[in-house]
Design a protein around this ligand. Structure first.
Ligand SMILES: Cc1cc2nc3c(=O)[nH]c(=O)nc-3n(C[C@H](O)[C@H](O)[C@H](O)COP(=O)(O)OP(=O)(O)OC[C@H]3O[C@@H](n4cnc5c(N)ncnc54)[C@H](O)[C@@H]3O)c2cc1C
Length: 465
């Protein structure tokens, strides 16, 4: 990058808010994909006005901008794949601006860490349910831009269900407001809805207003052990069909159970086809007991051999241990894990998993699966030997088939991690050329010079123009 641009940014933001030295550029060249793309500079705007000035300048000089939260994304959204400047919010734009108790909303800057917001609202008896496993470090700006989900999504939904309003800066520097602090708002296009999950490609989010709900007083945890994974998957959708909505309904398949047991020796049933771990919540003990009784009934009618209810927090933590450590444990099946977060309507889960295991058999590889079955979201892990190029090639062939089966069954390429760079090659499996062109038209309407996080989400303009 031309030195004059760095000088401009240093004058605008003060030197301490501009990094252009090698060590810092390397530090901001990664995310959780572990791919590496170095930016030309990292900028720390102090407020929305700074963001606006930066964008205006970059738009005039056709400098690429990549917004960045904590860099915990799994698909490369925050990576400066085309160089340019990274815009980071962790230094200054990281404040909870307001907790409005009367209307039950929180107003936050994009750099606020998810868990900090959860703690702050829980201190006053309120609840912000979206809880990605990265909650201790991922930011609300990143959560909104990826539409992050978490363990409580089955009952409480995902980030989009809590975004009421957004302030953002367009690539030309214009500041816009989208949405209101109202429960209803049907005036104009739903621009906030378009910005959610837009992965930093349309605008830079500068302030987010989030819905809060009252915090339920009680939670109980239970685990069902199933003969086959098919039985467990049937039990999932049948449970919800009874009208009981558990907070979480997570599963581990046989390969995952075996991996956790081999790694941690917790006495898990390695001959089980699957485990389902479930949480219910509410304010009355009797209500929770009723929910658990309903769940146990459905589980037992569907091949559950054993149903265990945790007596206290310690037992609940023991039940959750296997699920929380599944991702780490399955690495014993291969040095390279190609993990996807496909999502399908709950009722097709039994067929989906059958088809995944057929793919594993066809390629003679292991595909351990676990995840958020309560919302149809399966973490599908194709495990191969990363040092063997042939195995890696087989792994990617298998992944393509995993996506095809998912799309054929009415599912989506991503339930939570987004598209970014990693899944861009598969977008044409899920969307028609007409749908992709509509996405590109939206991108062009916001960002005609293609300076904001270009070429992510398969929105590669060069191909077309
Ligand atoms: C161990 C681990 C567990 C995880 N578990 C989950 C999980 O349970 N559920 C889940 O959904 N995800 C999960 N993730 C993925 C990741 O944490 C989420 O996608 C998260 O929302 C990313 O937040 P971030 O602050 O790290 O954003 P980043 O990774 O920095 O950025 C993500 C995207 O948001 C854009 N962006 C960031 N801030 C802004 C802004 N202010 N304006 C415009 N665009 C912006 C970036 O350009 C990028 O495209 C996990 C990741 C890890 C490493």
């Amino acid at each position: 990058m031309d030195k004059k641009h760095i000088e401009y940014f240093e004058k605008l933001l003060e030197k301490e808010n501009v990094y252009s030295d090698k060590a810092h550029l390397i530090a901001y060249s990664y995310d959780a994909t572990r791919s590496k793309f170095e930016p030309d500079a990292v900028l720390f705007p102090r407020d929305e006005k700074d963001v606006s000035e930066i964008l205006k300048y970059c738009n005039e000089h056709k400098i690429v901008i990549v917004p960045r939260g904590a860099g915990s994304g799994f698909t490369g959204g925050a990576l400066p794949a085309n160089g340019g400047v990274v815009l980071a919010f962790e230094k200054h734009m990281n404040k909870i601006l307001e907790i409005d108790m009367k209307n039950m909303v929180a107003v936050v800057q994009p750099g606020v860490i998810n868990k900090d917001l959860q703690r702050a609202v829980e201190e006053v008896g309120l609840f912000y349910p979206p809880d990605p496993a990265s909650q201790e470090y991922s930011t609300i700006g990143g959560n909104v831009s990826e539409n992050a989900g978490g363990m409580r999504a089955a009952k409480y939904g995902i980030t989009k269900d809590y975004v009421m309003a957004i302030r953002a800066v367009l690539p030309n520097g214009d500041i816009i407001r989208a949405g209101k602090r109202t429960i209803k708002d049907v005036a104009g296009y739903n621009i906030a809805g378009i910005l959610i999950a837009s992965e930093g490609t349309l605008a830079v989010l500068t302030e987010i207003t989030l819905k809060l709900i009252p915090k339920p007083k009680l939670t109980k945890t239970a685990m069902g052990i199933f003969k086959t994974v098919n039985d467990a998957m049937n039990a999932v959708y049948k449970t919800f069909a009874t009208g009981v909505t558990p907070v979480a309904m997570e599963f581990l398949d046989n390969l995952t159970i075996k991996a956790v047991e081999e790694t941690f020796h917790k006495g898990l049933p390695t001959d089980a086809g699957a485990l389902l771990v479930t949480d219910v919540d509410g304010n009355l003990e009797e209500d929770l007991d009723f929910q658990l009784a309903q769940i146990e009934k459905v589980f037992r009618e569907n091949g559950c051999n054993e149903f265990k209810i945790a007596k206290d927090d310690k037992e609940a933590a023991e039940i959750w241990f296997a699920r929380r450590n599944a991702s780490q444990a399955i690495t014993l099946y291969g040095s390279k894990k190609i993990n996807e977060d496909i999502t399908v309507p709950r009722a097709v889960l039994p067929e989906l998993l059958d088809r995944f295991y057929e793919i594993a058999e066809k390629y003679n590889i292991k595909i351990p699966c676990f995840g958020h079955t309560g919302d149809g979201n399966v973490h599908t892990n194709v495990m191969v030997d990363g040092s063997d190029p042939k195995q890696v090639e087989i792994g990617y062939k298998a992944i393509e088939e995993v996506f095809q089966v998912t799309v054929d069954l009415g599912g989506t390429l991503s339930g939570e991690h987004g598209i970014g760079l990693a899944k861009a090659p598969y977008m044409s499996m899920a969307f028609t050329p007409e749908e992709m062109n509509l996405f590109k038209s939206i991108k062009k309407a916001f960002d005609p010079n293609n300076i904001l996080n270009p070429n992510k989400m398969g929105l590669n303009f060069d191909k077309e123009d």
